[in-house]
Ligand binder design. Structure first.
Ligand code: SF4
Ligand code: SF4
Length: 384
């Protein structure tokens, strides 16, 4: 099969954060030091080479960018300072934009103006919608559920969830098609005999057998702990902490809003209040850790921040912070301050979800375990 060469690929990857790939002289040191690279899936040298040669489709079909958790060991040891870890990160951004059929992801990653504008526009729409449709404003006491009845907010949450799932899963399906490729002639069913159900030339039962791998990797991202020769565990713990935080917020807001957004104040030991405190602490701690790391450039993975990294961290941090502010205003029995902070909180949280989940940084949460799963499925199919 002929490989299509895109001579401008390396230049166009620059906007996705691939800055120094051209300096690579293909020595292979990076692959030798990478603790996650294996014989079956060797990286990052191969991917840097693909980028240099303009092999766009090869990059599209490669699972390797998603197998890297960016410990930065390869960048620290590269004799040419080609920054292979950042090349892998940039390729993940590039691939995210290629999987996205709407084109929003590409605009978001390649244009700072679009990035800022999209957040501002969604925030303005949320603010305007709230202004136009809010309920009565009670000023004698805090009555958030009168201003924004939780039955209405619940329906809006579900609508948002449906839109996000549709976008994210349709993009994930494009990833699936790219990574699985076309079945080879020997994988295609022949005309005789009873054939098993096939998906991309692989029996469905193989996909089902490995489904637990997908769930396990999605929930734990356990390969993160094995990334890097230095202490990467802290990084993994922080990642788990943030993940547990926003998973709890998700459950509280989508499934348990009627208990979470009430006008009665729960006692301190109440499970809903404790879960809310834990989730806020987890998100604030994790995002502050990452923001400080990026400001100090404390490790190779934090040395080069793309604009989208900052947008994600700042939006997530502000979402947690304004959530605390709403709660504090409620505790202090300040109705107008509570309402105002609540609207500001939504004006930050909704753009963060709407943009980050299907189009930007959050996607790796699904794409990484999905690719690990597909690699395992392919490996098992090959063996059997
Ligand atoms: S990125 Fe650096 S370490 Fe890796 S192959 Fe190129 S020059 Fe060698
Ligand atoms: S950043 Fe770490 S995991 Fe990623 S390619 Fe480099 S050494 Fe491997």
């Amino acid at each position: 099969m002929k490989a299509v060469v895109d001579p401008d690929l390396l230049a166009s990857l620059e906007k996705f954060g691939v800055a120094d790939g051209a300096a690579c002289f293909n020595c292979g040191t990076c692959t030798a030091v990478c603790s996650l690279s294996s014989e079956a899936a060797a990286f990052p040298r191969k991917l840097v080479r693909y980028a240099q040669l303009g092999l766009r489709e090869k990059i599209m079909q490669s699972p390797e960018p998603w197998l890297c958790y960016y410990c930065g060991d390869c960048s620290e040891t590269c004799p040419r300072r080609a920054n292979p870890g950042e090349v892998m990160m940039g390729l993940r951004r590039y691939l995210t934009s290629r999987y996205d059929w709407t084109g929003i992801s590409r605009l978001f990653y390649t244009s700072k103006a679009f990035e800022v504008l999209s957040v501002l526009v969604v925030a303005a729409l949320v603010g305007a919608g709230f202004y136009a449709f809010h309920g009565p404003v009670v000023t004698e006491r805090v009555a958030l559920n009168v201003l924004a009845p939780n039955t209405v907010v619940e329906r809006l949450d579900l609508a948002l969830l449906a839109v996000l799932s549709l976008l994210l899963l349709s993009n994930a399906y494009r990833l699936f098609q790219a990574v699985m490729g076309n079945p080879s002639p020997e994988q295609r069913p022949d005309s005789g005999g009873r054939q098993p159900s096939l998906l991309h030339g692989i029996p469905l039962r193989v996909y089902l057998q490995e489904a637990k791998e997908l769930a396990f990797q999605f929930l734990t991202q356990s390969r993160f702990a094995a990334c890097g020769t230095k202490s990467q565990r802290t990084q993994w713990y922080v990642h788990l902490l943030v993940m547990s935080g926003y998973s709890i917020v998700f459950l509280l807001v989508v499934v348990g809003l009627r208990w979470f957004q009430t006008d009665k104040l729960y006692p301190l030991w109440h499970p809903v209040r404790l879960l809310g405190y834990y989730a806020t602490f987890a998100i604030l701690y994790g995002t502050t850790y990452a923001i400080l790391g990026r400001l100090r450039k404390s490790r190779a993975a934090y040395a080069h921040s793309h604009a989208s990294d900052w947008t994600f961290l700042i939006l997530l941090w502000l979402t947690a912070f304004t959530g605390i502010a709403v709660h504090a205003a409620r505790l202090l029995a300040m109705p107008l301050a509570t309402y105002l902070l609540y609207v500001i909180h939504l004006m930050i949280a909704v753009p963060m979800l709407l943009i980050e989940v299907p189009f930007a940084k959050w996607t790796h949460q699904l794409y990484r375990p999905l690719v690990l799963y597909l690699v395992k499925v392919k490996g098992n199919a090959r063996q059997s």
